[in-house]
Design a protein around this ligand. Structure first.
Ligand code: NAP
Ligand code: MG
Length: 496
């Protein structure tokens, strides 16, 4: 029997007022029903916001180290349930089991970090310009936050937002992606079991257009943290701008790996394979362009095609499978349409893959061959637009300057990478690449949870999740002055 999931509001699992549910199916085997979920309404969101608002004052007043202590228990329960939830995640969105274990591990690491952070949350103390006066800065929670998450990291991304948000004393309402609500429900179970008080965390499933829209427009919500497409991100930026809610946006990417003539080619090939086809190319940091110097082009592409053709595609629950399905039929159709664009409109050279996988078990799900286009020009659509699938474009350049110019030539700026043995070239690339993340001699994917994460240009609006910077997103800074002189001292005015 598939599990019948409910919303989690004010510490209780409850049905939507709509009386309606939706199904979630395994993209590798659509006959496998993962669960049914509440198709929620605005009323459900309002109830969740109300519960979060009610829980806020007491949670705000709970000392941060005490709040954070819960995170030790959260990490512990997550470790115990790592494999069980990884299995569920592979069924829910398709990525291979080694990667869903990695997704869980990222959540565990994020809990460990949060546990410690409750005893830091550093402010700053500076000298006052006046005698007998203290000046310092503290960080205060803000109130109720709305968290809206995508489907490609069904546990990691909800933890990136939820853990810092509640550790800093806020309360939350989370709306998970419609493709992956089950994993977020498990996260709620874990937080509840670990001792998060009722109403501090609330979970409402349903569509972006209804549940998401109500969250971004709700007058009692102080901030929205969103990860997803640039298209929806811009819409959220607009809506939250009207009420001046704080808004943190982590959006799309068109990430590139530069390979210079002097690179260690073995390393660069390993990086390209993992960066482009890990998570079936459905990572915001996925490598979707290889920018290669002409001297090594032929050798690199020949060898890469050989390795890509050898990739084992299938159901991610099979430990030997290296690449799973696309998350949905719609995502598969997007990939197919870009392959057509690459061939017909862009006239790039298809050197590998290019077709939906059919026959046998492939017919049960949404599988596509890992695909490579060569002879791609930087301005072609396949080199400019985010495809979010296993499609890689190879662009040939002559110099480092040209490579950086091509890399920077899209509207996005999330992750980037350069393979070279020349420290001078690496340093120049680090300084001139317009991206939130640059790897040297590593692929574009593989962020560590205690480091700032985010992008420039249309990838975001300047915030950085991950590490200590996530704690800045969810807090207001307060500047405090304490005058213990016993008289009126006026700043900037001659007091003598
Ligand atoms: P999406 O379509 O933008 O959806 C993201 C979330 O927003 C989902 O929960 C969605 O709900 C919700 N949503 C949709 N319309 C909304 C609206 N009008 N108001 C409020 N919420 C709304 O993105 P996705 O397809 O799930 O994820 C893929 C995208 O995310 C890619 O562009 C990828 O690059 C990006 N991404 C970025 C990062 C990063 O850190 N930069 C990380 C991961 C993914 P429904 O599911 O119900 O539609
Ligand atoms: Mg699904």
């Amino acid at each position: 029997m598939p599990e019948a999931f409910k919303n989690f509001i004010g510490g209780k699992w409850v049905k939507s007022k709509s009386g309606k549910t939706f199904e979630n199916r395994n993209p590798a085997d659509t006959g496998d029903l993962v669960g049914t979920f509440q198709l929620s309404t605005e009323e459900d969101v309002d109830a969740a916001v109300q519960a979060a608002k009610k829980a806020y004052p007491d949670w705000r007043d709970t000392p941060a180290p005490e709040r954070a202590e819960i995170m030790y228990r959260v990490a512990h329960i997550m470790r115990d349930r790592k494999d069980e939830i990884a299995q569920l995640m592979t069924r829910e969105m398709g990525k291979v089991i080694a990667e869903t274990r990695g997704d869980m591990q990222e959540g565990i690491d994020t809990a460990d970090f949060a546990a410690g952070e409750g005893r830091r949350m550093h402010g700053q103390t500076v000298p006052s310009e006046l005698r007998n006066k203290a000046a310092y800065v503290i960080h205060r929670p803000m109130g109720v936050w709305g968290l809206i998450t995508p489907w490609n990291f069904p546990v990691a991304i909800p933890t990136w937002k939820t853990y810092p948000a509640i550790t800093t004393g806020n309360t939350i309402v989370i709306k998970p992606a419609t493709y992956t609500p089950a994993c977020t429900a498990k996260l709620m179970e874990i937080l509840d079991e670990a001792g998060v008080p009722k109403g501090v965390i609330n979970y409402v499933t349903g569509s972006g257009g209804v549940v998401g829209e109500r969250l971004i427009n709700h007058p009692d919500i102080r901030g929205i943290s969103f990860t997803g497409s640039s298209e929806v991100g811009k819409r959220i930026g607009e809506a939250t701008g009207k009420t001046l809610k704080r808004c943190s946006l982590e959006l799309g990417g068109k990430n590139a790996q530069i390979v210079m003539d002097d690179a260690n080619l073995e390393l660069a090939l390993d990086g390209a394979l993992w960066g482009a086809f890990g998570t079936t190319g459905q990572r915001c940091t996925a490598t979707s362009r290889i920018i290669i110097q002409d001297g090594v082009h032929d050798e690199f592409v020949t060898e890469l095609v050989k390795r890509v053709k050898a990739l084992k595609v299938g159901n991610g629950l099979d430990e030997s499978v290296q690449m799973g399905p696309l998350v949905s039929e719609a995502q598969l159709k997007t990939v197919e349409s870009y392959v057509k664009i690459g061939q017909l409109e862009d006239k790039a050279k298809l050197v590998c893959g290019g077709k939906r996988l059919v026959g046998g078990d492939f017919d049960k799900g949404w599988f596509h061959e890992p695909t490579i286009f060569d002879e791609v020009k930087p301005d072609m659509r396949i080199a400019q637009e985010e495809i979010f699938g296993p499609v890689l474009s190879v662009i040939t350049v002559k110099t480092l300057d040209e490579a950086i110019e091509v890399l920077n030539g899209t509207v996005y700026g999330l992750s980037s990478s350069i393979y070279t043995q020349d420290v001078n070239a690496a340093m120049r690339a680090i300084e001139r690449i317009e991206a939130g993340i640059t790897y040297v001699n590593g692929p574009t994917i593989g962020a560590e949870c205690h480091m700032p994460f985010g992008g420039v240009k249309e990838t975001g609006n300047g915030h950085r999740e991950g590490g200590w910077t996530a704690y800045e997103i969810f807090t207001e800074m307060k500047t405090v002055y304490i005058d213990y002189s016993g008289k009126l001292q006026r700043a900037q005015i001659d007091n003598k």
